[in-house]
Ligand binder design. Structure first.
Ligand code: HPA
Ligand code: ZN
Length: 387
């Protein structure tokens, strides 16, 4: 897509009837409602590398909106925690554990993901997980992170909700001061467990509602449509939570329709398969529904054969509000800026598009107007040569 297309799309100012108020408000007040290309694309001085994502010392400021904290459990930490909790994993070292990280679909990943996270037992374990992620995220230019966690997976192992949330919160409460990253928690329900178990998890999280911005839906998608969770999401909304859901990762476009119409989500996590349904693409575009796309995850789980075949450029060309995220970076071979770098290298995403994606990440985030404006200004002032 040419720059003029990006500029054209970024001009849209949603009306007050927009179904996603956070995004509508931002566009009305934000300087990024103006053409991104005119501000960001400067003539390159002699010797300057035009590919911004190569500039690892000064990564683009960005928000991460699709990140499972359990998916940041690096093999080294898993082994350390296992040892500490006297739950030894049957692997001699981190390299042997990492060698298991070869997947052919979502389920083959989920089997390893749930097995490895079983070492997490104490508040300290969840705190270490959160600080490990924030340290890496800071180095990758993350300024704001909306972090999924899977409480049912821990509760079914006898780990109380309080342990999970207090452990994460002991780090996240001060993430801005300590790491320069604002954070929000999103509690995900496991769609391959019963809606009753999900409702119990929701109820046990109510005392912590001030620490949780939204609920989500994850785990094995096919055969577990959003329509099974209508009552749960209705209750969550009544309790004041925003709603998101994984849909269209492996599941059909009908699951995306259901997530929009029945669960009334504010964002779709993944959403790649929307491209199979032109009417759905038109709906997502018209309503500016953000999609949290995860390119490396899609390659590692076999949704696309290789990065060069990823549909991201098609999604951008379709005028969708796309963001790029890392999903489960410890398992998929890269954190968020690695994803940014790979889409530049293999998909021909240019600097203006990359900056547009970073802008989208702040536009699609559950931020206040003031926070959003501050981050967008920081992005506007970003220079790849250094901050
Ligand atoms: N999809 C569904 N569930 C998940 C994922 C994912 O990519 N990562 C962790 N749980
Ligand atoms: Zn995910």
């Amino acid at each position: 897509m040419g720059l003029s297309m990006i500029a054209l799309r970024s001009r849209r100012v949603p009306s007050s009837a927009d179904p996603h108020p956070a995004i509508g408000k931002l566009a009305a007040s934000s300087p990024t409602a103006l053409p991104a290309s005119s501000r960001f694309v400067q003539p390159h001085p002699k010797g300057y590398c035009p590919r911004i994502a190569d500039r690892r010392a000064a990564p683009i400021p960005k928000a991460e909106l699709h990140l499972h904290i359990e998916g940041t459990l690096e093999p080294e930490l898993a082994l350390e925690v296992a040892d500490r909790n006297r739950l030894p994993l049957p692997y001699a070292d981190a390299a042997e554990l990492r060698a298991r990280y070869r997947f052919h679909n979502l389920q083959s990943f989920l089997d390893v993901y749930f097995e490895t996270m079983a070492v997490l037992r104490t508040e300290e374990d969840f705190a270490d997980l959160a600080s490990g992620y924030l340290n890496r995220a800071r180095a990758q230019g993350v300024r704001h992170a909306e972090i999924f966690f899977d409480p049912q997976a821990h509760i079914e192992r006898g780990v109380p909700m309080a342990t999970v949330i207090d452990g994460l919160w002991s780090v996240l409460a001060a993430s801005e001061e300590r790491y320069g990253i604002s954070t929000r928690l999103i509690m995900c329900f496991l769609r391959d467990r019963s809606p009753v178990s999900a409702m119990e998890a929701l109820e046990s999280a109510l005392p912590y509602r001030d620490r949780i911005v939204a609920v989500g839906l994850d785990s094995a998608e096919v055969g577990h449509p959003p329509s099974e969770f209508v009552e749960l999401f209705d209750r969550a909304r009544r309790e004041g939570f925003r709603c998101v859901a994984h849909a269209g990762e492996e599941g059909p476009p009908s699951y995306i329709w259901e997530a929009l119409d029945l669960l009334r989500v504010a964002r779709i996590d993944h959403g790649n398969r929307c491209l199979e349904d032109p009417a759905l693409v038109a709906r997502l575009r018209a309503e500016r529904v953000p999609l949290t796309v995860c390119p490396l995850s899609n390659v590692r789980l076999g949704a696309v054969g290789r990065m060069a075949d990823h549909p991201l450029p098609e999604m951008i060309d379709a005028g969708l509000l796309v963001t790029v995220n890392s999903d489960d970076p410890a398992y998929f071979g890269g954190y968020i800026d690695d994803n940014y770098r790979l889409i530049q290298r293999d998909l021909g995403i240019d600097d203006a598009q990359l900056l547009q994606l970073a802008g989208n990440s702040f536009r699609a985030a559950f931020l206040s107007d003031a926070e959003r404006a501050r981050y967008l200004k920081e992005l506007e002032e970003y220079s790849p040569a250094g901050r």
